[in-house]
Design a protein around this ligand. Structure first.
Ligand code: OXD
Ligand code: MN
Length: 605
């Protein structure tokens, strides 16, 4: 039924001895009823999906509206990544740094062994081999996840290159990352299952020295699809430090201007800043194109010629549904025509899905994400604010034809963004790589209703990696400085920029239209890359001159433009104070070059 071509048959799948021994150990501990080695075939996916329809985990959507697509409703207490239950279990506490929850690895293993003992009883243990990045790419890495959740298997099959090809590389001797996952809900013989098994006790534990992840209790998103945040960011950031590259929470895009000039941009934004929308931007300026290469994670590595090359290690999108609509992200909407899994969105009475922002008006007759009839008067959202779609990247109309080129693309510009209603101007360029690292290290964003905690508070989220860096962030800043040194020795570093689409005017209104008009900022960036426009060397960086921005066709009052670009000294004195406090949390491990950047900022103010 799926449109994806059938892959190789099961019979030829290898069973690398080290993987088999590890699987045996876990099976002895967790005691599943059966062990299944996944091949990544279409038939296998189909069987898993049908099985989940039978157990009530998935609800088939009306194929007239969504071809071969499904809705999952999670347990209401298992709806998001749980940072408070995420641990970095490095040998030494100091190596996890002040921003991570550290736990002693030996103690954590004992705790997890206790929880995992018998935890898969009555269930199937799936062995899920995968490649992060095109199979065999010099920038790719391999992993194997064992899991007792078929939902996690099919999600991993969309989000990675899952299947036998990864096992073949492991059998040939390639390194691999070990990922263990259990929902922690053993089934007694004859007991009835629930649609979304999970456990109130949750651990997402990372062992950076041994390149391992062990996750217990959740089946949701980054807690359970371990290839994504756990491997591709937390463990990969440690591998990258050791091997001289960067594993980043960045989208990756190709921008082409009307003259046919091409630039590749990697951009980091904290959660809830419209990163997927930016990755799939539909330019409002004529003659421009933006092609998507990745929407969440990029791995960047200096190549033999000293250029920074990047791949998207993922193969799919696990995007936040609310706020995604035809006006804000038409490409994502088009990608969702079929073969998609939706989690915790609302259900229409015609068997299609809905979420806030898909259309201006909610249709009548909605069932909310908990499966209850939805009443607009309740004031509660119909879709959970962290509801998701899972769909293959290849289905996205804005995806670059060569998005999975194993060589990756050469990065020309690195962009750091955040959601700030004041202080931070529309765009500035860094004066140097060190200044760029300073911009990355000081990324800040206002919290939104989509996350835990108070709304509108400024949170420092360095490089948008705060929840995702697998080691001490001060060491991570130093690593960025070191990578810059090696790039500089070989030829040059990418230009670095800081952007803010979210500045507000006196009445609280957004000053910048955003979305497709963000191409106007990309236009300035492109002209800076080519040395075509000058910039003012201001206190916080190289600032655009208003006359160099292409604002053609935009109804932007001069006062709004002035405020969008303004750097108010009083606000920035307070910012510098906040940055000093933020840096102080890293103590003596903070690189001197970044403290010097702060001194320089204060001097210029
Ligand atoms: C995500 C996140 O889910 O950054 O991508 O939180
Ligand atoms: Mn993300």
């Amino acid at each position: 039924m799926s449109l994806i071509a059938e892959q190789r048959p099961t019979a030829s799948a290898p069973r690398p001895a080290d993987v088999a021994a590890w699987v045996d150990d876990i099976a002895r501990l967790t005691r599943p009823d059966r062990v299944v080695w996944c091949t990544g075939s279409t038939a296998e996916r189909h069987d898993l999906l049908q099985g989940m329809v039978e157990t009530g985990t998935l609800l088939p959507l009306n194929p007239e509206h969504r071809h071969y697509s499904f809705l999952a409703r999670s347990d209401p207490d298992d709806v998001a990544r749980v940072e408070s239950r995420t641990f970095i279990c490095s040998e030494r506490a100091a190596d996890a740094g002040p921003t991570n929850n550290w736990a002693d690895p030996t103690g954590m293993r004992m705790t997890l062994d206790g929880l995992l003992a018998g935890s898969m009883a009555g269930r199937t243990l799936y062995v899920v081999p995968f490649s992060m990045g095109p199979v065999g790419s010099p920038l790719a890495k391999l992993g194997v996840q064992v899991t007792d959740s078929p939902y996690v298997v099919v999600s991993t099959a969309t989000m990675t290159r899952m299947g036998t090809a990864a096992l073949e590389l492991i059998a040939a001797g390639a390194d691999w990352v070990r990922c263990v996952h259990s929902v922690g809900a053993p089934l007694a013989p004859g007991a009835e299952d629930v649609p979304w098994p999970c456990n109130p006790t949750k651990y997402i534990s990372h062992f950076p020295e041994t390149r391992e992840v062990i996750s217990f209790g959740s089946a949701y998103g980054g807690n359970a699809i371990l290839a994504k945040k756990a491997f591709a960011l937390r463990i990969a950031s440690v591998i990258a430090r050791d091997e001289g590259w960067l594993a980043e929470h960045m989208l990756l895009m190709r921008v082409t201007d009307p003259a046919g000039r091409v630039a590749h941009v990697a951009a980091a934004f904290p959660s809830a800043c419209g990163k997927t929308n930016f990755a799939m931007l539909q330019p409002s300026l004529p003659g421009w194109t933006v092609e998507t290469i990745g929407d969440d994670i990029a791995w960047l590595r200096p190549d033999a010629d000293g250029r920074l090359r990047a791949i998207n290690p993922e193969a799919g999108f696990f995007g936040v549904a609310p706020g995604t609509g035809p006006a804000t992200n038409a490409a994502a909407i088009d990608a969702l025509w079929g073969n998609a899994i939706f989690t915790n969105v609302a259900l229409r009475d015609d068997g299609d899905v809905w979420w806030e922002g898909l259309t201006d008006e909610a249709p009548a007759g909605l069932t909310d994400w908990r499966g209850e009839p939805w009443d607009a008067a309740s004031g509660r959202p119909a879709a959970h604010p962290n509801s998701r779609f899972t769909v293959s990247a290849a289905q996205c109309p804005s995806i670059a034809d060569d998005w999975d080129d194993p060589r990756g693309v050469v990065v020309d510009a690195i962009v750091f963004g955040g959601r700030r209603s004041s202080s931070v101007p529309l765009v500035v360029e860094a004066r140097s790589w060190e200044h760029g690292v300073f911009l990355g290290a000081t990324v800040s964003s206002e919290t939104t209703a989509a996350a835990e905690g108070p709304v509108g508070r400024v949170r420092r989220d360095p490089f948008a990696m705060l929840p995702f860096c697998g080691y001490d962030m001060a060491d991570y800043f130093q690593h960025w400085l070191d990578v810059g040194d090696s790039l500089r020795r070989a030829g040059g570093t990418p230009h670095v920029f800081q952007v803010n689409w979210f500045r507000r005017g006196p009445a609280g209104e957004y000053l910048w239209p955003g979305f497709g008009d963000n191409v106007r900022v990309l236009d300035w960036i492109m002209r800076r890359l080519h040395g075509e426009v000058g910039a003012e060397d201001g206190p916080i960086g190289l600032e655009p001159r208003a006359r160099d921005l292409d604002l053609d066709g935009l109804d932007l009052p001069p006062a709004a433009l002035g405020e969008l670009l303004a750097v108010h000294r009083d606000e920035w004195e307070a910012e510098a104070e906040g940055i000093a406090e933020h840096f102080a949390t890293f103590g003596g491990r903070m690189p001197a070059a970044l403290l010097d950047q702060l001194t320089e900022l204060r001097r210029r103010l």
